[in-house]
Design a protein around this ligand. Structure first.
Ligand SMILES: Cc1cc2nc3c(=O)[nH]c(=O)nc-3n(C[C@H](O)[C@H](O)[C@H](O)COP(=O)(O)OP(=O)(O)OC[C@H]3O[C@@H](n4cnc5c(N)ncnc54)[C@H](O)[C@@H]3O)c2cc1C
Ligand code: SF4
Length: 508
């Protein structure tokens, strides 16, 4: 009996479990560009184009490998607009009575598949290193779910950077050697660019016509859209940038949007690259003496550590996770998250680059746009929607724990043991933004004082009950308490004035 094999837009790998469970001789692969998925948040046009182009190329790859594929284009007549609708339509056409799927990376879709009126068997997505059960076993009974301990388990499990049962270089974590301020010169020209071929051009025209009004610049479009290109982008990074990845991981420069970052998250998350090939390539660079241990360890930790840990948290915490709001914030997301029209140069630059590239690196997401939203008390659900929409690598399983957990502390400390907040000093140390900003980072109060400085103290004061006893925050409260009372009153009044301007829609 023929079965349908569902392949979603972020499952573009011949290794996915649904294909392994299927019979090439008789089963029919279903792939569909549908309005529901393209429109449930206003995705960046580059993100939509990337996924549709990569889907079209992957469908062709499957056909060449002998699969029968029914592919629905967004503008096809009869497109029902939803994954469930397309499965039913294809079941009618083929007489299939059941569907094989790989578990989606989002509760919303898992439940949509459960509701399809024909049986859909969802097999685990074993492209990941850590299965749900294994993460739960690790988490069970622990008071705190610290990523570092999870990561060590993943190092032992994979044998990556291990020498016998000891970590290579004698330490698990070389972050101490990383996090240098922005360099004067960057000797890496950024990620590999690919000229759009006919398939990509056709998709770009479609996306321009249908999603041209969404936040984000579509052209120039330079992403890899198939496995071969993604692998070339990976080896370009390994050769040209990995050696300095660790040193400048946290730095930010106005004129250099990518520094030494890999810019492969969208390829990993869509299935064009796998964690193993990426980590093995990095490890090989260290073993051959082409990249230092601090860079390679730091890079591998992001992938088998943070990436897997975030997925573990998302599935462990359940569908309600995205609604968490422990700090009870309800301020609307300021318009400048969409327009970049703010005098805060760091925020303007992060939003501009997000608009043009559908990319910002980790510290821009965490310590600029994320930091500001947390300090200003923005509703985390709105922050979550923004991040889900604007980045090419954003899928809920990875975006939500990063935003709701790590960046907004809305989960009450499951992901982070303390909120990631800072005043302007940190941003000034790690970037070249402040020198050209209309605000003064050295001014702590009064006209022209950096809003991060003001809101930072406002945040600490507002949440004293919650954070005062946190050992990682005690020093900040000591510094605040040492300021004289008059100065503290001025800081809080100035911070309140910034929030009033935000609420009134005035330029900040
Ligand atoms: C507020 C916020 C939102 C984020 N949203 C997303 C998202 O939607 N999708 C996403 O893939 N990442 C997200 N991240 C994590 C991280 O910022 C991106 O993975 C990274 O910036 C991608 O760029 P890169 O490929 O150049 O990464 P590099 O800096 O080169 O790192 C290498 C790889 O490590 C992985 N990685 C690094 N940090 C993380 C992390 N914290 N969580 C998961 N994987 C990580 C990524 O796969 C990345 O490609 C978010 C982080 C924050 C603070
Ligand atoms: S002065 Fe403040 S607002 Fe301006 S760039 Fe620096 S940190 Fe950002």
């Amino acid at each position: 009996m023929v079965k349908l094999v569902l392949i979603l837009g972020d499952q573009l790998s011949e290794e996915v479990s649904a294909l392994r469970e299927a019979d090439k001789a008789c089963d029919v692969v279903v792939m569909a560009e549908v309005a529901d998925e393209a429109g449930y948040v206003p995705h960046h046009p580059k993100k939509i184009a990337f996924i549709f182009a990569a889907m079209r190329k992957f469908a062709r790859q499957l056909e060449e490998a002998g699969w029968q594929v029914r592919y629905t284009r967004l503008d096809d007549d009869g497109n029902s607009g939803s994954i469930a609708g397309e499965l039913l339509r294809r079941a009618d056409e083929t007489g299939a009575k059941e569907v094989i799927a790989t578990e989606p990376g989002e509760w919303r879709l898992i439940s949509a598949l459960e509701d399809v009126p024909i049986p859909v068997h969802q097999f685990p997505d074993d492209r990941f290193l850590c299965a749900h059960d294994e993460f739960d076993d690790w988490a069970e009974g622990r008071k705190e779910l610290r990523m570092e301990y999870f990561y060590r388990q993943m190092r032992r499990k994979t044998g990556l950077l291990m020498e016998d049962d000891k970590p290579a270089g004698g330490k698990w974590n070389f972050d101490h050697d990383n996090r240098k301020p922005a360099p004067d010169d960057v000797d890496f020209g950024g990620p590999m660019h690919f000229t759009p071929d006919d398939t990509v051009e056709e998709v770009l025209d479609l996306v321009e016509a249908r999603f041209g009004e969404n936040f984000g610049t579509l052209r120039p479009f330079w992403f890899a859209t198939d496995q071969g290109q993604a692998r070339r982008a990976l080896s370009h990074f390994i050769k040209q940038a990995l050696p300095r990845f660790g040193d400048y991981q946290d730095a930010m420069l106005q004129e250099n949007r990518f520094l030494y970052h890999s810019v492969i998250s969208m390829y990993l998350n869509a299935g064009l690259l796998g964690w193993r090939e990426v980590c093995e390539a990095a490890e090989a660079a260290w073993r051959s003496g082409d990249a230092p241990i601090n860079a390679v360890e730091g890079f591998i930790r992001q992938i088998i550590g943070w990436r897997e840990y975030m997925r573990g948290i998302y599935f462990r915490e359940g569908p309600e996770y995205t609604a968490r709001n422990i700090l009870r914030y309800d301020r609307s997301l300021p318009a400048f998250y969409w327009t970049a029209e703010t005098d805060m140069l760091c925020v303007a630059k992060a939003v501009e680059q997000t608009r043009e590239e559908a990319y910002a690196h980790h510290i821009q997401r965490l310590m600029i746009t994320g930091n500001f939203a947390l300090l200003a008390g923005i509703d985390p659900a709105e922050v979550h929607e923004w991040y889900l929409a604007v980045y090419a690598d954003a899928y809920e399983w990875v975006e939500a724990p990063n935003v709701i957990g790590m960046s907004q502390f809305a989960d009450g400390g499951i992901v982070g043991s303390k909120p990631y907040v800072s005043g302007g000093n940190y941003i000034n140390k790690m970037s070249d933004y402040c020198g050209d900003c209309a605000y003064s980072v050295s001014k702590k109060t009064g006209e022209g004082a950096c809003p991060f400085n003001l809101l930072y103290w406002g945040f600490l004061d507002r949440h004293r009950d919650r954070f005062e006893k946190n050992p990682r925050m005690a020093q900040m409260y000591r510094t605040w308490d040492k300021m004289d009372a008059e100065r503290r009153r001025t800081v809080l009044a100035d911070a309140a004035a910034v929030l009033e301007r935000l609420d009134a829609g005035d330029r900040v």
